[in-house]
Design a protein around this ligand. Structure first.
Ligand SMILES: Cc1cc2nc3c(=O)[nH]c(=O)nc-3n(C[C@H](O)[C@H](O)[C@H](O)COP(=O)(O)O)c2cc1C
Length: 177
């Protein structure tokens, strides 16, 4: 593991990677990524999350069928399924999703610092994902993250896409909208 980026550089250069090299991630890198998720702050420090780490190629191929835009999972070195209590359950607070989003972004940035790319897969086939991941009743997976070294490493230092993000002038309001 050779960290190369400061926080701002990592945030500013981050982009999704959907094509991965056929190269495994070492155990220390995966542990770093998982710890980055674990270290996220959460509402009332409830930490309502669990992470299912998947590396087996056949399992990854099966997981790539849980949604129409999840094909990248089949080629990932590691997938990490983000598991929470069911956010659709009666009375479930929105903070469940806010918190898991924070954990996910920590993971993605910690990986990027190590030259490891990632991208979420949105789960559309909930029952299928729960069965493939062996989730206990009441637990839910809305997103699975693919991780791996980029197939094309030039993406790590590529210039930003023109128009890739809306300008601040469109987003920021002073005092009132
Ligand atoms: C909540 C969320 C769900 C996403 N789901 C998918 C997905 O199912 N499949 C996929 O290929 N990318 C998915 N993405 C990745 C987005 O398409 C990506 O973040 C966006 O296009 C910006 O890419 P960039 O950071 O490389 O500019 C998802 C991103 C987010 C934040």
């Amino acid at each position: 593991m050779e960290p190369a980026l400061g926080t701002w550089e990592a945030i500013d250069s981050l982009r999704v990677v959907r094509a991965f090299a056929d190269r495994p991630l070492d155990a220390a890198a995966v542990e770093r990524i998982l710890n980055a998720g674990r270290r996220a702050g959460s509402s009332k420090n409830l930490q309502r999350w669990a992470f299912v780490v998947c590396r087996d190629r056949d399992h990854l191929r099966e997981l790539s069928t849980v949604g129409p835009f999840a094909a990248h999972l089949a080629g990932a070195a590691v997938a990490i399924a983000l598991v929470t209590p069911d956010p659709h359950a009666d009375g479930a607070p929105l903070s469940i999703e806010f918190d898991i989003g924070r954990a996910a972004q920590n993971m993605v940035l910690a990986a990027w610092e190590l030259g490891i790319g990632s991208v979420p897969a949105t789960v559309y086939e909930q029952a299928r994902a729960a069965a493939l991941l062996g989730l206990p009743a009441g637990m839910h997976c809305e997103y699975v993250l693919s991780f791996g070294y980029p197939a094309d490493e030039s993406i790590l230092a590529a210039p930003k896409r023109a128009g890739g993000r809306r300008p601040l002038a469109e987003l920021v309001h002073e005092e009132r909208w």
